[in-house]
Design a protein around this ligand. Structure first.
Ligand code: ADP
Length: 270
């Protein structure tokens, strides 16, 4: 990368003007991909909406923007007179995603500067209106993009999603340390895919082990926000663009998301 490009996109220059329109900005993070971070981000949005909050979602997962699909939204955002992008909306939740701006297969081959430029536009160039909560779905990992975002946006805090097994927890620890370094409070850890209850025999199976995230939380003196089971309906509804907190609000897992949202909201406001 040339020095000129490097300087143009150094993290310090990035997101100078943090999102102002939102009362709380929460970053949803996982150090590993595929652990259910985006699913959590989307359902947390609906769970917060369920307690009367105005919520928006910013899908910053440049490597796999899955929020549009989970939210059942497609299309290209238009710009308003002040050249700000107008978020797309479904179920009364405003959403901006890198997936709206480029072909979904493209971002994986982006280089650093392009990634930074796109993220910069999504952070500073979106007309969110007034929100109580902006939820940011962060790309997995603890690289440059994650550090820049965490360092330069005015955040209320982050929530870390992990699965229970050791290989995931090793990475979750890296995530916790990254947030510590940039002084972003970690609001808590959630254990996803904690267990599976068989539809036929009702027996509980701990496929990826269980309880690891809780132990990790207590080791770091952080809140453990709850465990979420492996649940077939969650995956089916997500794939259809019907988040489970909207399509099956009475299900056990939707209630778990709602309990986590209340806990997060109460902790922030106490
Ligand atoms: P990440 O954002 O961490 O990459 P996703 O949220 O995209 O992960 O989830 C990856 C896949 O796992 C998706 O197909 C999603 O529907 C599924 N998934 C996530 N959490 C659960 C769960 N608790 N039970 C069943 N499937 C889940």
């Amino acid at each position: 990368m040339s020095e000129e490009i490097k300087n143009k996109f150094t993290p310090k220059k990035f997101v100078k003007n943090p999102i102002k329109v939102t009362k709380c900005t929460l970053m949803i993070s996982s150090a590993k991909g595929g652990v259910g971070k985006s699913t959590f981000a989307v359902n947390l949005a609906f769970a917060l909406q369920n307690i009367g909050k105005k919520v928006g979602i910013l899908d910053a997962d440049i490597y796999g923007p899955s929020v549009p699909r989970m939210m059942g939204i497609s299309g290209r955002p238009k710009a308003n007179e002040s050249k700000k992008l107008i978020p797309l909306e479904n179920y009364n939740i405003k959403c901006m995603s890198i997936g709206f701006l480029v072909d979904v297969d493209t971002p994986t081959i982006w280089r650093g500067p392009m990634v930074m430029k796109a993220l910069e536009q999504m952070f500073n160039g979106v007309e969110w209106g007034n929100l109580d909560y902006l939820i940011i779905d962060l790309p997995p990992g603890t690289g440059d993009a994650q550090l820049s975002l965490a360092q330069n946006s005015k955040l209320t805090g982050s929530i870390i999603i992990s699965t229970p097994q050791d290989v995931a927890l090793i990475d979750a620890r890296k995530g916790i340390n990254m947030f510590k370094k940039v002084e972003v409070p970690v609001l808590g850890i959630v254990e996803n895919m904690s267990y599976f209850v068989c539809n036929n025999c009702s027996e509980r199976h701990e496929i990826f082990s269980n309880g690891g995230a809780k132990k990790e939380a207590s080791k770091f003196g952080m809140d453990f926000l709850g465990e979420l089971p492996l649940e077939t309906n969650l995956r089916i509804q997500s794939d259809k663009g019907h988040p489970i907190c909207i399509s099956m609000p009475e299900s056990k897992i939707a209630k778990s998301y709602m309990a986590i949202a209340k806990q997060v909201h109460n902790n922030i406001n106490k």
